[in-house]
Write a protein that binds this ligand. Structure first.
Ligand SMILES: Nc1nc2c(ncn2[C@@H]2O[C@H](COP(=O)(O)OP(=O)(O)OP(=O)(O)O)[C@@H](O)[C@H]2O)c(=O)[nH]1
Ligand SMILES: [Mg+2]
Length: 442
């Protein structure tokens, strides 16, 4: 998903991360590229323009945090702007707290309406509530049958009246629902290839007749700009209450996702991410922004590090790591810092490229305690220069810390391997870590 856009962002930020000081010029240059990348991803041009302006205004003249690379600060600003563009918060669907709640589903042909209807019905059933799938698409010959098959496959009720127009079918469906203790009525309306007046009039009629609690527009994320224009037209006629982005599992370029909310001012409520009926998720603006940016979770990593780590100290530590001068004294210090930051595994997973490298290594609190005990049984000299730890020293350390010699050996082995790894990273000019964060693992 969003592969190209993510790649572009990565290139732009790579350049920015190399610069020592952010000037108005290099921010402007980067933002020109961001704008270009957005346009190529089929983001609405006004949205792209406003986005870049907002980022620029926040980035230029901002006091640079000493401990963080300026480029990373810009990543954070871009990320926050993306989140706000996508809507900031998860907006839930209307709750099922009345006797009968009604969701009306609309959108162009093939956008994924019927699939969404099935997904919503399944979710409702799983919450032990009763849904009713209503066939309000009588124009496409197989549509009624498709909905019936879907309803049967998940064991929910289906409603249809032959030789009746959709508004009447919908009205009767509501009556049926009231009598039969249905919690949620889902109206699966017809799609057309293009928006036409006849269809809109019919949808307006249904809306006026049954007063839906939600009018959801299904927008195919693969169609980029088109999806945005369509959403706008539906919104103007029907005042939709939410957008569902469908086919987000495909290789959508991102334009629809990034523009729809800004252009329609209507929240994106759900993400449809596959053909299976369980492939439905709430739309999380922050997660989507992180995915689009492709920075792993570098943003939250920076945030977390900002909150808890003493930056100056951590920067010094990182330099030591990269010069492979890291010793057990530093190690103890790192343990303390990391403990403040929460579970190690999740922390490592946030560093781009690191998740994989450390996939098979699990660190638990118990292991950490043991390592600390072993290190504390070393003399200062041994901690500073672990290579002097010979057989008799090992025995002493093992006894002193209440561990076996094997445990001491293992710690030493891992420590040297780690030292070597960071040494190698340095040779490769590894630049993956945010400044101020000294990663390590055993
Ligand atoms: N990959 C993927 N395919 C989807 C998704 N949602 C729907 N589809 C597929 O898109 C096609 C059209 O889906 P439908 O739900 O029938 O679309 P519709 O809007 O009801 O179409 P009409 O009734 O003809 O207007 C089907 O092949 C679905 O399996 C999705 O989120 N991801
Ligand atoms: Mg359909």
């Amino acid at each position: 998903m969003f592969g190209n856009l993510t790649e572009k962002f990565e290139q732009i930020f790579k350049k920015l991360r190399g610069v020592g000081i952010l000037t108005e010029k290099n921010i402007k240059d980067a933002m020109r590229e961001v704008r270009q990348a957005l346009l190529e991803a089929d983001v609405n041009y006004k949205v792209a323009r406003n986005f870049v302006r907002a980022v620029e205004a926040k980035a230029v003249g901002r006091e640079v945090l000493r401990a963080i690379e300026p480029g990373q600060q810009v990543i954070k600003i871009v990320h926050d702007e993306l989140v706000s563009l996508l809507g900031s918060e998860v907006v839930p669907l209307a709750p099922l707290d009345k006797s009968v709640t009604i969701y009306m589903i609309c959108g162009l042909q093939g956008s994924g309406k019927t699939t969404l209807a099935g997904k919503l019905a399944l979710q409702t059933k799983r919450k032990n509530k009763k849904p009713l799938l209503v066939a309000a698409d009588i124009y496409r010959p197989a549509a009624v049958k498709q909905l019936k098959v879907l309803a049967d496959s998940i064991g929910v009720e289906h409603f249809y009246l032959e030789n009746k127009k959709p508004p009447q079918i919908c009205r009767e469906a509501i009556k049926y629902a009231q009598k039969n203790f249905i919690d949620l009525v889902i109206l699966d309306t017809a799609g057309r290839l293009h928006i036409d007046d006849e269809l809109m009039l019919e949808l307006e009629q249904i809306k006026a007749d049954v007063h839906p609690d939600e009018i959801l527009l299904v927008a195919d994320a693969m169609t980029g700009q088109d999806a945005v224009n369509i959403a706008l037209e539906f919104h103007n006629r029907l005042q939709i209450t939410g957008v569902v982005l469908s086919k987000l599992d495909g290789d959508a370029r991102g334009g629809a996702a990034l523009s729809i909310r800004e252009v329609t001012q209507c929240p994106i409520k759900l993400a449809s991410v596959g053909e299976k009926l369980s492939d439905l998720e709430p739309f999380y603006p922050d997660r989507m922004a992180s995915r689009i940016l492709g920075m792993g979770d570098i943003v939250s990593l920076v945030e977390k590090a900002q909150e808890t780590i003493d930056m100056e100290q951590a920067t010094a530590m990182q330099e030591k790591l990269l010069k492979a001068k890291f010793d057990f004294e530093d190690f103890l210090e790192q343990m303390k810092q990391l403990k403040k930051m929460g579970p190690l595994d999740s922390l490592l997973g946030m560093i781009p490229g690191m998740g994989k490298a450390f996939k098979n290594i699990k660190v638990n609190e118990h292991d950490m305690e043991r390592m600390v005990a072993i290190i504390k049984s070393m003399t200062i000299k041994e901690r500073r220069n672990p290579s002097i730890i010979d057989g008799s020293r090992k025995r002493r350390i093992a006894v002193g810390s209440g561990n076996s010699i094997q445990a001491v050996n293992q710690l030493l082995k891992q420590f040297f391997a780690m030292q070597k790894m960071f040494g190698n990273m340095n040779k490769m000019k590894f630049k993956g870590f945010p400044k101020g964060f000294a990663p390590f693992n055993l």
